[in-house]
Each structure stands twice: as structure tokens, then as C-alpha cells.
Design a protein around this ligand. Structure first.
Ligand SMILES: CC(=O)N[C@H]1[C@@H](OP(=O)(O)OP(=O)(O)OC[C@H]2O[C@@H](n3ccc(=O)[nH]c3=O)[C@H](O)[C@@H]2O)O[C@H](CO)[C@@H](O)[C@@H]1O
Ligand SMILES: C=C(OP(=O)(O)O)C(=O)O
Length: 329
């Protein structure tokens, strides 16, 4: 499939769409299933590439992944987890960014991990130094090898006091997935606390993990020896919901987004309302000022609480008869 989508605009978008489970939770919850000693069931699973990649990587490691043909629910059983051939893992090089999160769970399940070179959206430099630092602080040995990274932990993973220089989503997930079965207590400060992180914590807690989140971006994890399975319905994708809302705004359309969660989108909804109001004051059209397009209400700080980076500039006003090229997530 081409990696470019060409959109011919100029038509108001109207109708009803159903939003599925969050892309930024589902593949991570699938990885979490590897930490259990019994099957897990994940519901509200979207049909996206990250799910395919993680399914394949889990299967390569002996995890059975069964998809219900009617509901699309996944049952993941890790009890036969085993080492996978690095050539087979390598076939996934460049496919996704999720494999880096397999490190902790694979070390707990089989004692080592080989992670292929990462993919993911091309949104600039995307280092993984926080991930590797965190793993080393847990006691892992990280080695660069041709085609990927090899990680082992001859003395197991041990809880640690970790501080992130920036509230990285991925690095916070790395800590959560590594610490829940590490020996001792982990205290993470400077953690990301997005709704998808909170939902991942809910998944881990269902498995038996002991995790508390404080209001100052500190997460405390008390390691446990074993975890069970989970039965979880993924939270809905707030980015997809916000994309539909933005599409309705800029095309003067009317879209009902079934399953969107106000609670997880408060910052976006405030921004959306301000943009719409701004346009209304300045021109005839509710969303479009007469001479120039409504300006995005840009957040002042780098990552305002609750607003996904990707959406910080999403709701620009004004219908656009032209074409748009977007990159595919
Ligand atoms: C900024 C960005 O696009 N964040 C998205 C990205 O998270 P992803 O985990 O890729 O990015 P982070 O939120 O971790 O990165 C935030 C910032 O920390 C820096 N950083 C991060 C990790 C690291 O090891 N070293 C380092 O320097 C990055 O350069 C960036 O400036 O994908 C997630 C989906 O999985 C989304 O939920 C996040 O909203
Ligand atoms: C950057 C993102 O996606 P990915 O990490 O999958 O590339 C994102 O969801 O914001």
C-alpha cells in the first residue's frame, strides 16, 4: 500500500462514524499480555498495522493470538513463550515503533530480547535513549547487534528510582512494562500521564500489578513475582475522534462520532471551542474569518496536559477545496 494518501477536498463531511479502540493503547496492551501466566482478552481492537506487527512478533515468540471473527476481540495466551529466530524478528525492521516495548516483558518471560530496528511515523528524530537508560537502570545489559538490539538481564530486573528528563509516553510505558514484575519497588518521576498510559495501568492492575499514580507525575510500582491475564475493553481513540471533529469543522460538515469520550478529550474540546468562537467573531461563517483562515489556538507550553502533540495544531478553520497529502500512521 502506498504511504501517501491524497485527499480531494471541498465537500462538507457529514454522517456517523464509530470510533474504535485507541491505537496508542491496543498494541501496548497486547505486549502486556506477555507478562501474564494465563490468557488475556482484549476488546475494541482496531484493524491497524501496529496490531498486525505486534500479533506477528508475539506469535514468533510462541504466544498464541486468536481473533474472534465476529467481534474482532483478541485472546492472547503467553504460556508457551519462547525465543524467536532473529532473522524472523528482523523481517519486522522498520515496521513499527512498538517492538521496543517488548524488552521488559520478553526478559521476564524468556530472559532475553532481540528488538528489530524501529519504524513508526516520520515526525523527526525519535531517539530511544530514555528507553535504553531505563532498561539499564533495571539491571539489563543492552547490546547493539546487526539489525537490532539485544537485551539480557543475567541477574533479572530490579526496581529502581528513575527520573525522566521529559514525560515521554514510550519511556513511561517501558518503565511500567518492565517494573511490574521486577524485584522491588520502582519510583518513576517525570512520567507521562496521558489517558492511554492510565488505561495501560488499568490493564496491568487487572493482571495483578500494584501501581499508584500521584498527582505530581510520579508513578510507584511495587514489583510482583507473577501476573495473571486481563479482560479489558480498550479506551476509544481520542486522536481519531479529534480528527473527525476537525474534519467537520474545516469542511463545515456535521459528523456524529460514536464512542468519543469527552473525559479524555477535554483539552482538545476547549481548544476546538475557542477556534470555532474565534472564527465566529471575525467573519460571516462560524468557523472562517473573512480574510484569513482561523488561527489554531496554539498551546504555549510544549505539551499541555491532555492535548496530544499531534493535535496541538489540528483544528485550523476554513473549508479547503484543495488537496491534502498526509502521512499514514
Ligand atoms: C512526541 C510524540 O510524538 N509522542 C508520541 C509518541 O511517543 P514517543 O514515545 O515516540 O515519543 P515520546 O512521547 O516518548 O517523546 C517525547 C519527547 O521525548 C524525546 N525522547 C523520547 C524518548 C527517548 O528515548 N528519548 C527522547 O529524547 C523525544 O525526542 C520527544 O521530543 O508516540 C506515542 C504512541 O506510541 C504517542 O502517544 C505520543 O504522543
Ligand atoms: C507518533 C505517533 O505514532 P507512532 O509512535 O506509532 O509512530 C503518535 O501516535 O503520535
Amino acid at each position: 500500500m502506498s504511504s501517501v494518501l491524497t485527499i480531494r477536498g471541498g465537500v462538507p463531511l457529514t454522517g456517523r462514524v464509530s470510533v474504535r479502540g485507541a491505537k496508542n493503547l491496543v498494541p501496548k496492551a497486547m505486549v502486556a499480555a506477555l507478562l501474564g501466566n494465563e490468557p488475556s482478552v482484549l476488546r475494541n481492537v482496531p484493524e491497524i498495522k501496529d496490531v498486525e506487527v505486534v500479533t506477528s512478533l508475539l506469535q514468533l515468540h510462541g504466544v498464541t493470538v486468536e481473533k474472534d471473527p465476529v467481534t474482532g476481540d483478541l485472546t492472547l495466551d503467553p504460556k508457551a513463550a519462547r525465543t524467536a529466530p532473529s532473522t524472523a524478528i528482523d523481517a519486522h525492521a522498520g515496521d513499527s515503533r512498538i517492538p521496543i516495548l517488548l524488552c521488559g516483558p520478553l526478559i521476564h518471560a524468556i530472559g532475553e530480547a532481540f528488538i528489530p530496528d524501529l519504524g513508526g511515523c516520520k515526525i523527526g528524530d525519535r531517539p530511544i535513549d530514555y528507553h535504553l537508560d531505563v532498561l539499564r537502570q533495571f539491571g539489563a545489559v543492552v547490546e547493539k547487534r546487526p539489525g537490532g538490539i539485544h537485551i539480557s538481564a543475567p541477574k533479572g530486573l530490579h526496581g529502581a528510582k528513575i527520573s525522566l528528563p521529559y514525560p515521554s509516553v514510550g519511556a513511561t510505558e517501558q518503565v511500567l512494562l518492565s517494573a511490574t514484575r521486577a524485584e522491588g519497588i520502582t519510583e518513576l518521576s517525570g512520567a507521562a500521564t496521558e489517558p492511554e498510559i492510565v488505561d495501560l495501568i488499568a490493564v496491568l492492575q487487572k493482571m495483578g500489578a500494584i501501581i499508584s499514580v500521584q498527582t505530581d507525575r510520579t508513578i510507584r510500582i511495587e514489583g510482583v513475582r507473577d501476573l495473571g491475564g486481563y479482560n479489558h475493553r480498550a479506551l476509544s481513540d481520542r486522536n481519531e475522534s479529534a480528527s473527525w471533529a476537525s474534519a467537520a469543522l474545516v469542511t463545515r460538515g456535521d459528523i456524529f462520532v460514536e464512542g468519543a469520550s469527552q473525559r479524555d478529550m477535554m483539552t482538545f474540546l476547549n481548544t476546538f471551542r475557542k477556534v470555532a468562537r474565534h472564527g465566529h467573531r471575525r467573519g460571516r461563517h462560524p468557523f472562517l474569518p473573512p480574510r484569513r483562515q482561523a488561527q489554531p489556538a496554539r498551546p504555549r507550553n510544549r505539551r499541555p496536559p491532555g492535548l496530544h502533540d499531534r493535535l496541538a495544531a489540528a483544528p485550523r478553520g476554513g473549508p479547503d477545496p484543495g488537496r491534502r497529502r498526509v502521512h499514514r500512521a
